[in-house]
Design a protein. Structure first.
Length: 119
């Protein structure tokens, strides 16, 4: 499975962005797609995940109510809609996919896309 993330940019606090993740390859075997982020000097952290089939979604507490993860199976795309962005959301965002029956481990990773939120 290959992943390509896009949609990052620079916005002011309170603004919004939508990240996209294009998946290719053995996508019918994907169990879930997740978004992670890594800020300078910090460890990578989980942001959100969605099952590739069904409607289950999962969010980090820090983004609940502000971010929405979604997918379009027909287009092999996953999205992360981000509202009410805060400076602390500044990070490189990565999409990831797993074929394992768990949202806790991901074996496929895309390149990151930078999100910068200014105050």
């Amino acid at each position: 499975v290959q992943l390509q993330a896009s949609g990052g940019g620079s916005v002011q606090a309170g603004g919004s962005l939508r990240l996209s993740c294009a998946a290719s390859g053995r996508t019918p075997t994907v169990y879930a797609v997740g978004w992670f982020r890594q800020a300078p000097g910090k460890e990578r952290e989980f942001v959100a995940a969605i099952r590739w089939s069904g409607s289950s979604t999962y969010y980090a507490d820090s983004v609940k109510g502000r971010f929405t993860i979604s997918r379009d199976n027909a287009k092999n795309m996953a999205y992360l809609q981000m509202f009410s962005l805060k400076p602390e959301d500044t990070a490189v965002y990565y999409c990831a996919a797993t074929r394992r029956t768990s949202i806790d481990e991901y074996e496929y990773w895309g390149q990151g896309t930078q999100v910068t939120v200014s105050s």
